[in-house]
Structure formats: C-alpha cells, structure tokens
Design a binder for this molecule. Sequence first.
Ligand code: AMP
Length: 125
Amino acid sequence: MSSIFTKIINGEIPSYKIYEDDKTIAFLDINPETKGHVLVVPKLEVDKIYDLPDEDFDALMHTVKKLSIHMEKTLGKRTLWKVIGTDVPHAHVHLLPYDETWEHGRTLKLTPEEFEEIRQTLELK
Ligand code: AMP
C-alpha cells in the first residue's frame, strides 16, 4: 500500500505544497512544531533516509539545502533540520524555522487560512 506521502505526491490527498521538482516535493507539516514547519520528501518511496539510492539522496539533500536558504531569507530565522521517521515510513526531512519558543514535539494549532498564508509566503517556484 502507498504511504500517505506517496498519496500526496500523486495528488490523491491534499497538502500545502511549497515546492516540487522531478525527484522531491515539500509541503507544510499538518502538526507543525513552529510556523513554517516543512517536510521535504523524496518521490521514491523508501522507509529510511539511508535506504535511498545515492542519486535520490543527493536530490533530497539538494532540495533541503535550497529550501533552508530560501526559508531563512524569507522568514529571517535559522532553519533547523530533523530526521525522525518513526510515524510515517516514507523518508523525509523536517525543516523548522527556529525561534526561542520552539520545543521538540510541541504542536501548534493553525487554521486552514493560516496554513495557506504560510504556504504562500514559503512557496518556491
Ligand atoms: P516522523 O515520521 O516522526 O518524522 O513524523 C511524520 C510527520 O509527518 C509528523 O510530523 C506528521 O505531523 C506529518 N504528517 C503526517 N501526515 C501528514 C500529512 N497528510 N500532511 C502533512 N504532514 C503530515
């Protein structure tokens, strides 16, 4: 069965997408720890990040770097990287705009309008 992230990649379920290229996609985490919490996901579905073939791993990290720089410029905050992967068995990297109120594991409640506003702010075409 396809992972929830493959369903997002295939457009079967919605997401607040900010970036896509031929090998990767990035969208807002629906349980954000900070405003602008982004997930960067390889289109190739593998469980662990180190399961990726080198080409897909390199493409993933290229997108992680590019979006981190873009998010820092846009939000004026350092971008943290986090790799967990115990909830969704499809490799991904969390990008978190850092501020002093951030706590690992905390979840913010945002309205659809707030998600969409952040999505538009962070979108990279
Ligand atoms: P982990 O596997 O521990 O790195 O966590 C998976 C992350 O995926 C969690 O932060 C979830 O909030 C997030 N997540 C799960 N389903 C969705 C979804 N449909 N759209 C966006 N984020 C999701």
